[in-house]
Ligand binder design. Structure first.
Ligand SMILES: *[C@@H]1O[C@H](CO)[C@@H](O)[C@H](O)[C@H]1NC(C)=O
Ligand SMILES: *[C@@H]1O[C@H](CO)[C@@H](O)[C@H](O)[C@H]1NC(C)=O
Ligand SMILES: *[C@@H]1O[C@H](CO)[C@@H](O)[C@H](O)[C@H]1NC(C)=O
Ligand SMILES: *[C@@H]1O[C@H](CO)[C@@H](O)[C@H](O)[C@H]1NC(C)=O
Ligand SMILES: *[C@@H]1O[C@H](CO)[C@@H](O)[C@H](O)[C@H]1NC(C)=O
Ligand SMILES: *[C@@H]1O[C@H](CO)[C@@H](O)[C@H](O)[C@H]1NC(C)=O
Ligand SMILES: *[C@@H]1O[C@H](CO)[C@@H](O)[C@H](O)[C@H]1NC(C)=O
Length: 368
């Protein structure tokens, strides 16, 4: 598998060399800096999925998030590479000696979820054009992305933890900024809300294939994949108060919702809807996300219980009003103390002209 890692890298390098893509290399130390972090919150022509907070200090954070949910909702995978101290994130995280680490979970229909964690002295990230590739030095956990972000792969080779395998992601739809598609011209803001909470969504949807062996048992599934990153200069709870976030497939549509309450109490949304790879909406307006059923008080605050479901309403120019109901299938993560919930579930809905679709979703509610 370590060989596979290098083969993949040499393939990427071949693409980079052929296209003369610029490369940058960042070594993010597992020992946080005592100084100030430099935080990038406006786009440039390169480095969409690159590190955005350098160096990490005792309160700043930068993470790369990946997930996959199977069409039948029976299987899921969530994997997050963090560059942050526990102080920069939230309570209830494991005490680790280093501030670069990976946290993962795979759930299958038979038996409890498998949880993984590994930390390192360094997270080495290579960025070629817009795609990034990273490896947690010495752990066997890493990811690799092509320069144009059309393809990503997670490479796992951690025999000590009993996990080996790959997860591939083939992009199905263009990347987005909080308020625009990646094809929007000029500099774009990465800020979601009224405080410096950064977000870059490289893969709003991908055809994903998971093939991992956990202590001798093979888990293999395909489904809807997703990848984004978040970052900020100070502890996450100081740049965002709460969020409802999720991604779904709905017939020919891909939908990503991100509804945040900023620390000043203002509400901000990012709305993304695409159909057969064509972006219909990528904006920070024209969407409402609300919890439904039990515990649906809005806005969510620390201590709000798990809601019964969600409803999303998005106005899509030229198409009408997209109304979507989200129904839970599996609760993947629940920490009522910090108010962190993550589910897989099914979405159903449509534009209100008679055609309705259903499909898989993976989504969260966080409140700090
Ligand atoms: C980390 O750097 C940011 C500047 O980006 C600064 O606002 C923050 O106070 C720093 N945190 C610590 C613990 O030094
Ligand atoms: C990289 O992303 C920027 C937007 O941030 C875009 O303008 C540029 O065309 C992209 N480059 C490549 C090689 O995809
Ligand atoms: C990666 O870790 C090895 C030891 O496992 C060390 O020799 C090497 O210097 C590290 N590389 C980086 C870039 O930190
Ligand atoms: C694999 O087995 C070992 C030894 O029983 C155990 O410590 C480890 O947690 C297992 N790994 C997973 C991912 O379940
Ligand atoms: C979408 O939002 C923009 C900006 O807030 C507004 O001007 C426009 O009327 C909205 N479109 C629809 C269809 O509601
Ligand atoms: C609502 O939240 C409370 C905790 O505040 C929890 O005990 C209860 O199970 C939740 N209700 C539902 C339907 O999830
Ligand atoms: C409803 O709208 C969808 C999406 O625009 C379209 O594909 C479908 O043909 C429409 N159905 C009817 C019955 O008008």
């Amino acid at each position: 598998m370590r060989l596979l890692w290098s083969v993949l890298f040499s393939q990427i390098l071949a693409v980079v060399t052929a296209q003369r893509s610029p490369i940058s290399l960042d070594i993010i130390s597992g020992a946080p800096s005592q100084g100030q972090s430099n935080v990038q919150l406006t786009s440039s022509t390169l480095g969409f999925d690159a590190p955005k907070t350098l160096p990490i200090n005792g309160s700043s954070f930068d993470w790369w998030y990946f997930d996959v949910v199977s069409e039948d909702l029976d299987y899921s995978l969530v994997l997050v590479f963090f560059a942050a101290t526990a102080n920069g994130l939230w309570k209830g995280l494991p005490e680790l000696p280093a501030s670069v680490w990976v946290d993962g979970q795979i759930s299958a229909p038979d038996g409890p979820a498998h949880n993984f964690i590994a930390d390192s002295n360094d997270l080495i990230v290579m960025t070629m054009a817009n795609g990034s590739s990273g490896t947690l030095n010495g752990t066997g956990w890493g990811w690799a992305g092509l320069p144009d972000m059309s393809y990503y792969e997670l490479i796992i080779d951690d025999p000590e933890a009993g996990v080996q395998g790959t997860v591939t992601f083939e992009s199905t739809t263009p990347a987005q900024f909080p308020c625009a598609s990646i094809t929007a011209p000029g500099e774009q803001s990465f800020i979601l809300g009224s405080a410096p909470f950064g977000w870059a969504n490289a893969l709003p949807d991908a055809n994903a294939n998971v093939d991992v062996v956990i202590n001798g048992t093979r888990i293999k599934f395909s489904g809807a994949g997703y990848h984004d990153k978040n970052w900020g200069p100070s502890a996450v709870g100081t740049v965002v108060k709460s969020w409802y976030w999720g991604h779904a497939r709905l017939g020919p549509l891909v939908v990503v919702w991100f509804d945040v309450i900023s620390p000043d109490g203002s509400e901000h949304v990012s709305s993304y809807v695409s159909r057969n790879s064509e972006v219909l909406t990528a904006s920070c307006s024209n969407m409402t996300v609300r919890a439904t059923g039990a515990n649906s008080t809005w806005p969510p605050v620390r201590g709000t219980g798990a809601p019964g479901g969600f409803h999303i309403s998005a106005s899509v120019e030229g198409e009408g009003q997209l109304e979507i109901d989200v129904k839970h299938k599996t609760l993947l993560t629940a920490d009522p103390d910090v108010t962190i919930y993550r589910w897989t579930g099914s979405v159903s809905g449509g534009f209100g002209n008679g055609t309705t679709w259903t499909g898989p979703a993976l989504y969260e509610m966080f409140a700090f």
